[in-house]
Design a protein around this ligand. Structure first.
Ligand SMILES: Cc1cc2nc3c(=O)[nH]c(=O)nc-3n(C[C@H](O)[C@H](O)[C@H](O)COP(=O)(O)OP(=O)(O)OC[C@H]3O[C@@H](n4cnc5c(N)ncnc54)[C@H](O)[C@@H]3O)c2cc1C
Length: 451
């Protein structure tokens, strides 16, 4: 199929009604990417009454920054972001450095920096970008409670905070409703497949230390004023930490065995944690970690349950497609969850803008092209994140000795490191990939290959 034919046929595709479930990073990026392509009627339904709790940092990798730049929303995020130029991987108990990897040339190598930032800036940047696009309408306080039809149009029910239910019809629905996605369950039901949560047995604390509280401790201030991501690792546990918000905050997040949620697996995914429990989980970590955790005010400890999903047979049914954590939730060890949600969004906009017709069959084929382009890459990164976690969390024994030897032998370039996030070969695979270009280049071939 030549591109001329596509241009002739797609005249009314841009008038179609798009519904997006969820105003998280995947949903906001999807709305913005579609609007930037010229789609005119985009509705975002978000359960929460606003953009919600975002008191945590996030790593902004070059593959994410590339897309944010093209969506014209990177400047706002970059204003408070810190460039990552090196990483230190340390033994949690002794603070002894296992490996130090410098990465001064990320910006030069990939055309975009690797940064750390505040989640609120990323979400705020995407939201501000959306607010500039008249095509996007937000419906906060509206939970999608059921998908009643997948074709010929998508029909679903939303419920407002006041309890009012409304039936909505859309041409396409993009489900960015996160790891607990009800759309995923409904979509898999259509093909008689159960949605299978995979319990990772892991949970995460996230804490933010304000600069004022750190300033009497030179060791802490050196970390806060650095361009370094630091990881302290131990058996089944670690902390990762970096400066955010123009170095006014030090962001720390941990991984530890899940004990608090284990008894109530279907309950909430986040909970207020106890400072005493957090301190006891990391009681054998070094004095520096103890001093940092001591700064956390009681009552401000938040713990996240980490869940993933067994690989899905499909991400698409009719003109409904899953996006982000709804289809590829991941452990955070590669720091790619949000980046992959944004890659999904960017590819969706590319393939839908190229869709040669506005009928269900054409939309479905274009969404399947999205899945073809995205699924293998996202699944690979989910797998690598899990592998990295297993190696980082080894206990005493031969395997750990071998891991530490590999860390010790890491040269400045940091190839084949046990911590995949810091490994330059893994970075090359993740950061050099231009998913939008791939979608643009591959669309016609992949579309034609589908029946
Ligand atoms: C500890 C930790 C650290 C991480 N660090 C990083 C990192 O450094 N870099 C990175 O790239 N990623 C990181 N991630 C992953 C990243 O946060 C997620 O992958 C990403 O936020 C997923 O975005 P999403 O939009 O798909 O889902 P979500 O952010 O979960 O958004 C889903 C949205 O949908 C809404 N919603 C849900 N159900 C409904 C419904 N029925 N109706 C209406 N609205 C609904 C929710 O309220 C929510 O706003 C980390 C994750 C964790 C747990």
């Amino acid at each position: 199929m030549g591109s001329k034919l596509i241009d002739e046929q797609q005249s009314d595709i841009f008038d179609l009604r798009f519904a997006i479930v969820g105003a998280g990073i995947g949903g906001l990026a999807s709305a913005l990417a579609l609007a930037k392509k010229g789609f005119k009627d985009i509705h975002v339904y978000e359960n929460a009454s606003n953009l919600g709790f975002m008191g945590a940092g996030i790593q902004l990798a070059p593959n994410l920054v590339r897309i944010l730049s093209r969506l014209d929303c990177w400047d706002l995020v970059e204003a408070e972001a810190t460039d990552v130029l090196e990483t230190s991987i340390r033994d949690g108990a002794t603070d002894t450095e296992l490996a130090h990897v410098r990465m001064p040339d990320i910006r030069k190598k990939y055309g975009y920096p690797h940064c750390t930032g505040h989640r609120a800036s990323l979400v705020g940047g995407l939201y501000q970008g959306c607010r500039k696009m008249p095509a996007i309408k937000f419906h906060f306080g509206c939970a999608v409670i059921a998908i009643t039809s997948f074709q010929p149009k998508v029909e679903f029910v939303v419920k407002t905070r006041e309890g009012v239910e409304q039936r909505i019809i859309a041409d396409t629905l993009l489900a960015a409703d996160g790891v607990k996605s009800i759309t995923r369950v409904a979509l898999l039901n259509q093909i008689n497949h159960a949605s299978e949560v995979e319990d990772t047995g892991q949970a995460a604390y996230r804490v933010l230390l304000p600069r004022e509280k750190m300033q009497d401790d030179p060791e802490m201030m050196a970390l806060l004023d650095s361009n370094q991501v630091t990881r302290w690792i131990g058996e089944k546990r670690h902390w990762i930490a970096y400066p955010i918000q123009s170095r006014t905050m030090y962001n720390m997040s941990s991984i530890q065995p899940d004990t608090n949620f284990a008894s109530e697996p279907s309950m909430t995914y986040t909970t207020k944690g106890s400072k005493d429990t957090m301190l006891s989980v990391f009681a054998d970590f070094c004095p520096l970690i103890q001093r940092m955790l001591d700064l956390v005010p009681d009552g401000q400890v938040c713990e996240w349950k980490l869940r993933v999903q067994k690989p899905l047979p499909t991400w698409v049914h009719g003109s409904v497609a899953l996006v982000g954590d709804a289809c590829h939730p991941t452990l955070p060890h590669l720091n790619q969850g949000a980046a992959q949600a944004v890659e999904d969004a960017a590819v969706l906009a590319e393939v839908l803008a190229k869709c040669p017709g506005s009928d269900l069959a054409s939309l479905n084929k274009s969404l399947r092209v999205y899945e073809l382009i995205r699924k293998e890459r996202a699944s690979t990164l989910v797998r690598w994140a899990a592998e990295s976690g297993r190696i980082l969390h080894l206990g005493q024994g031969k395997a750990k000795e071998e891991r530490d030897r590999r860390f010790a032998n890491a040269n400045a370039g940091g190839h084949h490191l046990p911590d995949k996030w810091a490994s330059s070969d893994v970075q090359e695979y993740i950061y050099s990939h231009d998913c939008m270009q791939e979608a643009a280049d591959q669309f016609c071939r992949l579309y034609q290959s589908l029946s």
